[in-house]
Write a protein that binds this ligand. Sequence first.
Ligand code: GLN
Length: 210
Amino acid sequence: MTAAPRIGVLALQGGVREHLDVLRGLGADAAPVRRAQELRGLDGLVIPGGESSVVDKLSRHFGLADPLRAAIAGGLPVYGTCAGLILLADRLEDAAPGQRSFGGLDATVRRNAFGGQRDSFETDLVMPAVSEQPVRAVFIRAPVVLAVGADVEVLGALPDGEIVAVRQGRLLGTSFHPEVTADHRMHAYFLRELVGWRHEGDAHAPGAGR
Ligand code: GLN
């Protein structure tokens, strides 16, 4: 794929604009998704941070939850950040009453996992699969991945071992918010490795020519 990929940003609540800006800056054809029919023809989808229980409720209210599950099952590349990671997880801890997720990612995720002074913080995260240099990671009332299935690759963890970035096939999830920094390597990784997009003139990149 060399033409600009069409990437949706789930736009029910949360940090939609920031993701659209980052994706467009990287050359993607990015558009907000509020209705099921807007899922059609996408090459990928970003589920932004926000409040996962609100996005869950709104997605059911607007009839998006089941089409989204079907799209995930059908292999749509999806990147969930923070609340988006919660929404991708098959199993939740400390969910709001009645809260559901879209699922697809064989992982257990705990909401609001960093209490007190660590409620919100920034750090440089070593993620060799993503980049040789550490990635700037901003955590805002962030979730953590407690357990993963055999098919899930752990991309990043904090020094104490808490898992904060995972990939399973075409699903990518991070506890942190790359869209609020000037460091756009997570989005670039998503477009390159999960969506399979190669820029024209990028012929020397690994896997180019697909
Ligand atoms: N605490 C939020 C939730 O449970 C996630 C926070 C975020 O996305 N920054 O959905």
